[in-house]
Design a protein around this ligand. Structure first.
Ligand code: ATP
Ligand code: MG
Length: 322
């Protein structure tokens, strides 16, 4: 059976694009063995706020479970810090410095920065450990992360042929994706949880009033009748795409049903509010019942640790350590 592993970094609060584009699809189209983890250790490669990171990781776990991902398939990366730390070291001893320094993401993120953390260079090796510890065979990633999956693949092959067969050799696969959601205030860029300016970002936990205000203020254009033309009219097309994703129609159909921008905005606000309502309410319940969330978190952590234990022990033994 194939295990697909996807991570989500708690670099901000979960936003509408994360939900419509990824999480809701994981719920409907994911397989029973798919694994999802909150990659909080990956949020430490640049300046970070410890308390903020902790609360966002907890919140992201609650959102995933509230959205309907089976709790047994979710875990928080830092709960496996010991196992992952050990395996990262083994894999660093399998990786050349040149291989790590070649990573495009590292070059881009380190360029012109002072005090670059060593972890920015080595995080692809931690990512390899995430994948190889769980025995994942498929890793759904966008273009920007495919080089890292290639590294994980090379390290698994190299370890297996040098020391002995331990690791499943993973491959990058196309992610399951839903709508592409753009920023409401600047529809030329995508909506992101780490946007500094949040006026154009609808967060999963925003209250209905706030969602409606953000959507009413969404940037459109000088025309007045909705039409789906993503290139020429990104703002109104974004609203149509959001509305269609929330109501199960197509953007073209949604355009035909609303005569004015005002009507389209109200309909989009209604649809987003109703789509997010159960997720928000269930997330709030979980966050106000720390016992239940803690139980889910512990169970996920021990399942994930158990899944990887024999691989870590074999790798340590084969490399000459234990
Ligand atoms: P960051 O700003 O930290 O990159 P992000 O909001 O872009 O945050 P990611 O952690 O990069 O979120 O991605 C998590 C998942 O959400 C991925 O599967 C990604 O494709 C999806 N996703 C992120 N933003 C959008 C968006 N605007 N529309 C659709 N899908 C999105
Ligand atoms: Mg992103």
């Amino acid at each position: 059976t194939s295990i697909r592993l996807s991570g989500i970094t708690p670099s901000g609060h979960a936003q509408l694009g994360n939900y419509l584009g990824a999480v809701s699809r994981w719920v409907t189209d994911g397989g029973p063995d798919d694994l999802y983890f909150i990659s909080d250790l990956h949020a430490m490669t640049t300046t970070h706020n410890p308390a903020g990171l902790r609360s966002r990781a907890t919140e992201m776990l609650a959102v995933l479970v509230a959205a309907g991902i089976p709790p047994e398939n979710v875990f928080v990366q830092s709960d496996l810090a010991r196992e992952l730390g050990a395996l990262t070291w083994i894999l660093e001893c399998t990786c050349s410095y040149g291989e790590a320094a070649r990573m495009i993401q590292f070059k881009e993120k380190a360029a012109g920065q002072a005090g670059v953390r060593l972890s920015l260079l080595t995080y692809p090796v931690l990512m390899a450990a995430d994948i190889l510890l769980q025995g994942a065979s498929e890793v759904p990633v966008g273009e920007d992360q495919s080089q890292h999956v290639e590294l994980a693949r090379a390290l698994a092959r190299r370890f297996n042929s040098t020391y002995g067969e331990v690791f499943t050799v993973p491959r990058a696969v196309l992610p399951i994706t839903g709508a592409r959601v753009r920023d409401l205030a600047d529809p030329t860029r995508k909506m992101s949880k780490s946007n500094r300016d949040a006026v154009g970002v609808v967060f999963v936990l925003d209250e209905p009033d706030l969602i409606r205000r953000k959507i009413r203020r969404a940037v459109t254009d000088t025309q007045s009748t909705p039409a789906y033309e993503p290139e020429e009219r990104p703002g109104v097309s974004n609203l149509l795409e959001i509305l269609a994703a929330c109501t199960g129609t197509t953007p073209q159909e949604a355009a035909g049903e609303h005569a004015s921008y005002g009507a389209l905005k109200e309909a989009t606000a209604d649809a987003v509010i109703e789509t997010l309502r159960p997720v928000r309410e269930r997330t709030r319940e979980l966050l106000t019942d720390p016992g239940e969330l803690e139980r889910i978190r512990k169970a996920g952590a021990s399942r994930a640790a158990q899944r990887g234990e024999h691989r870590l022990q074999s790798a340590l033994r084969l490399i000459g350590a234990a």
